[in-house]
Design a protein around this ligand. Sequence first.
Ligand SMILES: *Cc1c(COP(=O)(O)O)cnc(C)c1O
Length: 456
Amino acid sequence: MARNDIPYKIYLTESEMPKYWYNLRADMKNKPAPLLNPGTHQPMTAEELNGVFCDELVRQELDNDTREYPVPQEILDFYKMYRPSPLVRAYCLEKKLNTPAKIYYKFEGNNTSGSHKLNSAIAQAYYAKMQGLKGVTTETGAGQWGTALSMACAYFELDCKVYMVKVSYEQKPFRREVMRVYGASVTPSPSMTTQVGQKILAEHPGTTGSLGCAISEAVETAVGNPGYRYVLGSVLNQVLLHQSVIGMETKIAMDKYDIKPDVIIGCAGGGSNLGGLIAPFMGEKLRGEADYDIVAVEPASCPSLTRGVYAYDFCDTGMVCPLAKMYTLGSDFIPAPNHAGGLRYHGMSPILSQLYDDGMMRAISVPQTRVFEAAEAFARTEGILPAPESSHAICAAIDEAMKCKETGEEKTILFGLTGTGYFDLVAYEKFHNGQMDDYIPTDDELEQFRARLPRI
Ligand SMILES: *Cc1c(COP(=O)(O)O)cnc(C)c1O
């Protein structure tokens, strides 16, 4: 097909849509390290995990071998409401940058949660429903995951209890209200409703909370209430499996028009959107069928891949969750105020951590002010108001396109535009008023947290 026959926005027809999730682990020679029991340091068994997570999700979590998971019809039906997400050629941005590079982005912000998180939320709610559970518990930081899960639970008529990091609960009252539209109950964390919350409040009165602390509260509530399980929006293998729908759609759309990306870029918080976007491309790379330059972009204030260590660590502050081997800054690391709430997690997906350690992808970090400059340049040329998290990928894509301008290379750049920034206008306001903080932790600071990693 001639190049000028390629549409600006590539959608897929019903018959072209992916019908299965792709489990990248099946093609990894070095599998991600198993989760360990925090008490015994032995690999977590399915029986142990079943007390916390839904049975089918535990099976997916532990399955390093099954390459394809058919997507259940009920989930395919839900996906019809907002998928496929468009793969967009950023013509206007290219023109503005005057670059010979071709830039494509996969836009996941076309649903009420405003992000890719709905792709996994609906799957997790479905398996909870199939198991006959009453409801699920979770934590949310910036609020995108809590919103996505509330939507998914409303669809399957499940109860949804969300622990929202207190600072976000207070700063983003509208996010909280959207969750309540979908019937979720939202509790600011730390709270007096759990033992771990009471303990943290006694030790740190007036604390504004953290993601790690909210996780501990959500897990305690799930374990203590019959008919409830805990669900998580990122980091875990099962979440990357569900998010592979992003990459599958992208790959099918690109193959349809014979487009091959040279560089694939995504922002990385816990790693779920990046892991999903790259899945089928990384699969080809692992099998030696193709090569791609794959780039994770993280905030300079929370640099788990670029400055963390690859070690077993706790997933939460309360140290009740299993230990995961991952690139981590330490479970009690609290990043400096940073407006990309979804990128503030101390660790990284064990799958991406292993691939990074094996040299299959690279990682860079960018300071916050540059991210917002890129966000604004993107909004002004492509029209979409991007989420601060997504704007990390925009920033790296623009840098890559500008390099092409210098060298004259006509690279094809693909990046993940994970969501929209309508609830992040306080951050944009700080940027416009010149009040944005670009604090980057020193080596000495990072070393203090490193020294407290569990000894395995
Ligand atoms: C949560 C979130 C992220 C980061 O999470 P990952 O698991 O690393 O994908 C990125 N962008 C948006 C819009 C998010 O909501």
